[in-house]
Design a protein around this ligand. Structure first.
Ligand SMILES: Cc1cc2nc3c(=O)[nH]c(=O)nc-3n(C[C@H](O)[C@H](O)[C@H](O)COP(=O)(O)OP(=O)(O)OC[C@H]3O[C@@H](n4cnc5c(N)ncnc54)[C@H](O)[C@@H]3O)c2cc1C
Length: 415
């Protein structure tokens, strides 16, 4: 019967980064993916390696800002191939984000708060440095060295070094065996010929995003009272716009909020696609698709005065953020790890926090005396017949029915 030190369920940024970290430390570790690598939040994300700006907009150095401010330095080294995991094959959409505001006093205060104690603090641009797109924006325009990566290429890069330890499995036939102390001793998954494969393990990690809830309930159905949630989902309704647009990354700040966050990529047909997040995507949750498109277009026009929206095509997608539960229902400030015996359920909270989550998870393994098993790489042979998962496609490749603003006006208020 094959045996490992750690089985990770879920191949988003959290599971893949942890697979890299644990494997480098010598753990015999496999990752099981139920769908496609990155499907869920990672592929849908905007790929910004936040340095804490968003969290300082109230003018305070919050706990989130303190913890996240180290992250850009860690990512920058990996993205430059100067430390492991080597992410030098990850496509960097931009090395910096622009920052500008709508003309209001509270917006100005937001910008002051934004400058507090961050490693990637914004600095104002000279008039000749301002990009054409923002030429008509009021007030000063700043830039900060917040890198923006392509999530799909990140997943491809992160899954490369230990690709022979990543497998696809049928999650509906998964079972766990527990000992009398409720420690997981093994799992059973079906193989392609239908016969079950039992894998002994010293520890199990769930990094399956919103899939963490059903997984964890499978192992510990009774341990949390129904009215005490351990996980929360916060929905977003993101807007997409494609066509004759420049590649651009930036945040339009209004008071203590990011009114709109723009990131861009190129689709399979060579068109520029913008993802529109920030407050637009939070507000968008209460709207249907066409309502959000109208709202996003008007927010974009208000945030980027003079922008030409003619000929562009619009769409939207919905996605849930999955996080460890907080009493307030607001976003946790840090990565969350729920430890129950030799079972860990984890959420990075932000893509940017993935390195920190992986480090903390390995520290947790040591804390429960799960140590790397000295082994030849021959242990992997037992899994070689298991299938491999594909990489998820970005949202703009999977959504259908793109609509222009002209067609939208013709549709009137019909949703
Ligand atoms: C629209 C949006 C924009 C964002 N933008 C940013 C940003 O710019 N910067 C930032 O730092 N953060 C951002 N975030 C947050 C960030 O994307 C998430 O915190 C992070 O991607 C979560 O990663 P994860 O690996 O925990 O989960 P996920 O990415 O959701 O991955 C979970 C994986 O588990 C798999 N899975 C599900 N069920 C099972 C199962 N039963 N068994 C095995 N596998 C399973 C899924 O298929 C998937 O591969 C954004 C989030 C959203 C939704």
């Amino acid at each position: 019967m094959p045996g490992v030190d750690l089985i990770i369920f879920g191949g988003g940024v959290a599971g893949l980064w942890t697979l890299n970290e644990a494997s480098r430390q010598g753990y015999r570790c496999i990752l099981l993916e139920a769908f496609e690598l990155g499907s869920g939040q990672t592929i849908a994300s905007q790929g910004i390696i936040h340095g804490g700006l968003k969290y300082t907009l109230q003018g305070m150095m919050t706990g989130s800002a303190q913890r996240i401010r180290e992250m850009p330095l860690i990512w920058r080294k990996s993205l430059a191939g100067k430390q492991l995991p080597d992410l030098s094959q990850t496509e960097i959409r931009s090395n910096a984000c622009y920052l500008w505001r709508t003309e209001s006093l509270s917006s100005r205060l937001g910008m002051i708060g934004a400058k507090m104690g961050l490693h990637v603090a914004p600095h104002n641009l000279a008039p000749e440095e301002i990009p054409e797109l923002l030429a008509q924006c009021p007030g000063s325009i700043a830039i900060m060295e917040e890198q923006v990566i392509s999530p799909r290429s990140l997943i491809a890069n992160l899954s490369h070094a230990f690709a022979d330890q990543i497998f696809k499995y049928e999650s509906e036939h998964l079972t766990f065996s527990l000992d009398e102390n409720k420690h997981i001793t093994s799992i059973q998954i079906p193989t392609s010929d239908g016969t079950p494969l039992t894998i002994n393990t010293a520890a199990v990690l769930f990094t399956a995003g919103k899939g963490n809830e059903p997984l964890r309930n499978l192992v510990r159905p009774q341990s949390t009272p129904a009215n005490v949630p351990f996980m929360q989902k916060r929905p977003l309704h993101m807007a997409l716009v494609r066509g004759a647009l420049p590649q651009f990354s930036g945040h339009c700040v209004d008071g203590a909020k990011t009114r709109i966050t723009i990131t861009s990529d190129t689709d399979s047909q060579g068109r520029t696609v913008w993802q529109l997040g920030g407050q637009v995507a939070e507000t968008g949750v209460t709207m249907n698709r066409l309502e959000l498109i109208r709202h996003a277009a008007s927010e974009l026009a208000a945030s980027v005065p003079g922008i030409d929206l003619s000929g562009l095509e619009w769409n939207t997608y919905t996605v849930d953020r999955a996080e460890g539960a907080t009493k307030t229902g607001l976003r946790p400030e840090t990565p969350q790890i729920l430890r129950e015996g030799n079972l860990f359920t984890a959420w990075p909270t932000k893509l940017a926090f993935a390195p920190r989550l992986a480090t903390e998870l390995c520290e947790n393994l040591h804390a429960i005396q799960v140590e790397p098993t000295p082994a030849e790489s021959s242990w992997k042979a037992a899994f070689s017949s298991l299938p491999r998962p594909l990489l998820a496609q970005p949202p703009w490749e999977t959504v259908e029915d793109w609509v222009s603003l002209d067609r939208l006006s013709a549709l009137g208020s019909v949703a």
